[in-house]
Ligand binder design. Structure first.
Ligand SMILES: O=C(O)[C@H](CS(=O)(=O)O)OP(=O)(O)O
Ligand SMILES: [Mg+2]
Length: 251
């Protein structure tokens, strides 16, 4: 089993992902929003890469109520029901609903990786659960950081490194390439407090400036759910068990 880390998606094309097992990390805030929404009972999250397409499909019933959600420059898009703050995705607001999500980086990463054989969402909240599932799948893994506008960002790289560490703890003989080793070093040198780390990032400072300081506290929570959101046929749903949805080693 080999691990590869991509610090942003800009250099990757969609066909790269065919037959790969991919984990998308966008700590601030899209993958934290997706994990939170699925953990709080959302039926599904449909990631899109343009606002126009989000509006276009919002008329579809998706077998129940559909919520148009997402942000531009961190703030809720006018006319959308929710923005991109995980604090908005409570069971009262989203249980049983289909969420169409547009964000600057994270939702686009899912669309780009849509041809992956297996595609998961990870953030600090569900990292150990994702690590355990990846070991059980026993396939080479592409860890993809959403980054910021196609470039490296610190918080996603720390989270990728902590995922590498969680996998190494379970499977010490894992094969790391240079980028996995680099993300591990970044994670190990990021300090004891995830919240302090997030507050000191460019993205964290922007969110604080825009009134989302409480989002950083939520995004800094570690190992608070074992929910694993899994992308299949255009939408992200809760992975019920090893036999559901994923292409396991034995299939
Ligand atoms: O909503 C967010 O925090 C960011 C927007 S920006 O990069 O800060 O403009 O989007 P995400 O796709 O969650 O990184
Ligand atoms: Mg982000």
């Amino acid at each position: 089993m080999k691990l590869n880390v991509h610090f942003s998606i800009s250099h990757l094309d969609e066909l790269y992902f065919t037959s790969r097992t991919t984990v998308i990390i966008d700590v601030l805030r899209a993958s934290t929003v997706i994990v939170t929404a699925i953990a709080n009972g959302a039926k599904e999250v449909i990631p899109v890469n343009t606002v126009d397409f989000a509006m276009k499909i919002s008329g579809n019933a998706f077998g129940g109520q559909t919520l148009l959600c997402g942000e531009r420059n961190t703030k809720k898009i006018e006319g959308f029901v929710l923005g991109n703050s995980p604090l908005e995705y409570t069971s009262d607001t989203i249980a049983g609903k289909s969420i169409i999500l547009f964000t600057t980086n994270g939702s686009k990463a899912f669309v780009k990786a849509k041809f992956s054989e297996n595609l998961f969402a990870a953030c600090f909240k569900n990292l150990p659960a994702v690590a355990k599932h990846l070991i059980e799948l026993n396939k080479d893994v592409e860890i993809v950081c959403g980054g910021t506008n196609g470039s490296f960002n610190y918080e996603d790289s720390v989270c990728a490194g902590k995922l590498v560490q969680e996998i190494k703890n379970l499977y010490p003989e894992i094969e790391l390439n240079d980028s996995s080793k680099a993300s591990l070093i970044i994670a190990k040198s990021s300090g004891k407090s995830l919240l302090k780390m997030l507050k000191e990032t460019e993205h964290g400072k922007l969110l604080i400036e825009n009134g989302f300081a409480d989002d950083l506290k939520d995004c800094a929570q570690y190992n608070v759910t074992d929910v694993i959101p899994y992308y299949i046929s255009g939408s992200i749903k809760k992975l019920d068990n090893l036999n559901n949805n994923t292409e396991s080693e034995n299939s």
